[in-house]
Design a binder for this molecule. Sequence first.
Ligand code: UN1
Length: 511
Amino acid sequence: MTATVLPTADHLREEARRALERCGVDPALLQGPHFSRSPVNGADLLPVTWVDGDAVDEAVARAQDAFLVWRETPAPVRGALVSRLGELLVEYKQDIATLISLEVGKITSEALGEVQEMIDICAFAVGLSRQLYGKTMPSERPGHRLMETWHPLGVVGVISAFNFPAAVWSWNAAVALACGDTVVWKPSEAAPLTALACQAILLRAIEETGAPQHVSQVVLGGADVGERLVDHRHVALLSATGSTRMGRAVGPRVAARFGRCLLELGGNNAAIVAPSADLDLATRGIVFAAVGTAGQRCTTMRRVLVHEDVADDLEQRLVSAYERLPIGDPTAEGTLVGPLIDSRAFQNMTEALRRAGEEGGKLLVGGGRRLGEEGPDTYYVEPAIVRMPAQTEVVREETFAPLLYLVRYRDLNAAIALNNDVPQGLSSAIFTSDQAEAERFLSAVGSDCGIVNVNIGTSGAEIGGAFGGEKETGGGRESGSDAWQAYMRRATNTINYSGELPLAQGVDFSV
Ligand code: UN1
């Protein structure tokens, strides 16, 4: 394992400043009293200004005005804005990736991957701007036509989390803009600089394509800013990514004003490893899904349900892979595991490890803290694997850290039951060479998650599919497939060209 020397605060600050400057961020926005902090070395990066609730009201009012213009702009013309955004993201890919690494500790390859995901959603949304299809249906009445049309919805409020500080905004913004909505974004408090860079790039695309200036805005701030968006009657759709606890608070508040909600909450994702699995492939798939982004994706694999015939073999392979993981400075070449976001994440992991021990777990590898001396406020941890005697209480909870539980099974139905016996329902996987087993897992009596994979891990979904999950994950779907429908309102139209007035269901109402 590597023990890298961490970059100095001055070095990181300089890197951030250069990236922001290239992206065209107005230096006037980089003033206190709040600071963006880097988990890479625990030091403050640059100051930013937070706004208050009144500024949110003003931003929503501007977004509402812009909406009145934007909704009348032809959808393919709206697509041209998203297309330009995608081009600029290609151009500034490295700068945004740098800011993501500095602010949330993502390794370079995954930070670049996050920006690629933004570029991909732009391409998807541009195509979508010519495919906002409604259906036509045969009417039961002669001389009638029945059809549906999709119209822009209004202002979309986006609340995003630290772990995908830019991509999740773009999933929402690219699709919402193509659909004719306008956006007000409250980014994670951990990643304001990334948000300012994204906003600067979008502003340039707005100027170049002549779109209304306020089709998309960013509001930096704390919980009060988020709450104002949640409660604002002009926020037609509130799209929020974060913890189940946050979703439990947000959902009812938006529902109380009859607003729409799109929730992407917790996950407690499992993979089943069947006796026929290619164990080499399974090992690689599990390590990426369990350890990537230091275990801080909502799609992170947290449980492996392994058949007892292959359990010892798989355990050995995983432990050996974990022992070789390069942990350290996420911006250094070759690092695979960067830091946890903050001390609370570290405490949560430590606490879960303690409870797992109490509940009969045996720690197989990892769990220690690294580099504590170089940066006292940094939380580099060794990803851990714990063998559990059963799916106990702690295993059923989501711990947002690289902590993987192994539970053995004997019968596939029991493994599927374990997969489903958690409150969350985001992602799931099965590693098997037996098609009947794979099909069972994919079927109505299989996994109850929103994402169900075969011979691939639980994380790293592509843009084309709808992303999201069931149960305490919140039920929302974003990015691909028909997820755009959440950003539009549907009108059902019945058109009578018969010259008569026949009533549906054969009702006779002649006077
Ligand atoms: C998240 O962790 O909030 O499927 C999103 C994945 C990524 C997105 C994760 N494409 O892992």
